[in-house]
Write a protein that binds this ligand. Structure first.
Ligand SMILES: [Zn+2]
Length: 429
């Protein structure tokens, strides 16, 4: 299969956040890795291209996971009786400390990268650990998968305990520069992102240094924001001059800009002031509802942020989130927004399925550029899905089939997955 071809099947893609376009037996055209649009009838100009007919399978854009911790993958689904700060110190930090051992990292990251290749995700923004060697190993492995990613060597010079803490802000910044220099020009699909874990893990000096480095090198930043009430109170103690948690990031020049947006995971307790700060900087919220449920953090009012025009995508947040399956993340996000409306604030309507499909595809995809839909000029990222095991007593529309696939993810499987027109996974091979 070269990089120019046509896929035929049941097609669905977002056209803005409130509209899903579908074709029951449609065509989606890829020329040199770029989507030329989806059509009910194939335009004459593309009739010379080879058509791969997937019959009744569904074809949707690839999904973007804006927040996932690679080193936590192997302990997903345990320790879930804890809340954030206890969970970090009892489970996460001791596990991440093991990545000082490269052999351990090589093995554990193989599980992560292989499963990432096999899931609905075609783009991901990934936390590694603070270790340079292990982070480079992760990037080497990710590059081979064909999934397009940003990967961050984590910065943390305080409150990590003796086994997971850098010696000083200066050392942390020095290691970060060494990591960036070591990988410069090395990859096609794998990009660096600066990754101060969160303010409790990073001294003022380190945060300022990261803000400066981001500007100097033109490298974006990812971190966590307003996930848990104890965490927020702690940040207020650590940075007493800040007006809110987001303002603390702003003070250190780490909130980014519209040209180089920062990704902030969670924003469960972000109020109007934080929302305005996020919007002003063009920051992205990585909404991680599965994680927020598991760690009893709360429900982020995503509908409110979406209506206000804040950039948003979804994050699985493994291992506080229990799986890299974006369909599961979509479902839990939908359920969370329904409960927010019912139990917290009836003026904030539940997210619609259209909005959720948009967040999983084009919403998060926009972080990577023209990504996440089948409109002309977008990168050709696509997932072909077999839903034939989901029996029905009547013919379902494509719109109905993608909705029920999200609500019953165990009954569907991925047949093929493409990134920029390259097939990177096939169930058949
Ligand atoms: Zn996280």
């Amino acid at each position: 299969m070269n990089n120019s071809f046509i896929l035929r099947g049941g097609i669905a893609f977002s056209n803005g956040k409130n509209n899903i376009i579908t074709y029951s037996k449609g065509y989606v055209v890829c020329v040199d890795g770029v989507c030329k649009g989806a059509f009910a009838d194939l335009p004459d100009m593309y009739k010379g291209l080879r058509v791969y007919d997937y019959g009744n399978n569904l074809i949707i854009p690839g999904m973007s996971d804006l927040h996932v911790h690679a080193p936590q993958y192997t302990f997903r689904g345990i320790g879930m009786d804890e809340e954030l700060l206890e969970w970090l110190s009892r489970y996460t930090f001791p596990e991440e400390a093991k990545y000082a051992n490269l052999d351990y990292a090589i093995k554990a990251y193989t599980y992560f990268t292989e499963d990432l290749r096999r899931c609905f995700t075609t783009r991901a923004v990934v936390f590694a650990t603070l270790h340079n060697e292990a982070t480079i190993e992760l990037m080497n492995q990710l590059e081979k998968t064909g999934v397009i990613t940003y990967v961050g060597k984590v910065n943390m010079d305080r409150n990590g305990g003796e086994n997971l803490q850098e010696a000083s802000a200066e050392q942390s910044l020095k290691d970060t520069v060494a990591w960036l220099d070591a990988i410069a020009g090395k990859y096609k699909n794998t990009m660096p992102i600066l990754t101060p874990r969160f303010i409790p893990s990073c001294s003022d000096e380190l945060m300022r240094g990261i803000g400066k480095l981001s500007k100097e090198r033109g490298i974006p930043i990812q971190s966590h924001l307003s996930e848990n009430k104890s965490e927020i109170a702690w940040v207020q103690e650590l940075v007493p001059e800040s007006t809110c948690y987001a303002n603390a990031y702003e003070m250190f020049d780490t909130m980014g800009s519209k040209e180089l947006p920062t990704i902030m995971a969670h924003c469960v307790y972000s109020d109007r002031l934080e929302m305005q700060i996020l919007k002003k900087h063009g920051a992205y919220i990585a909404h991680c509802a599965d994680s927020n449920m598991n760690l009893t953090s709360g429900i982020a009012p995503i509908k409110k942020f979406l209506d206000a025009g804040v950039n948003i995508g979804l994050g699985t947040d493994v291992a506080a989130g229990s799986s890299m399956n974006m369909l599961k993340t979509m479902l839990i996000s939908l359920q969370a927004s329904k409960m927010y409306y019912r139990l917290v604030d009836t003026s904030v309507k539940p997210l619609t399925f259209e909005e959720m499909f948009y967040l999983a595809t084009e919403g998060g995809g926009s972080y990577f550029g023209k990504v996440g839909t089948f409109k002309d000029g977008y990168d050709f990222d696509a997932v072909v899905i077999d839903d034939s095991k989901m029996f029905s007593m009547r013919d379902m529309s494509v719109r109905e089939r993608i909705e029920r696939m999200c609500y019953n993810d165990a009954d569907v499987s991925i047949r093929d997955k493409f990134v920029k027109g390259k097939k990177i996974f096939s169930a058949i091979i």
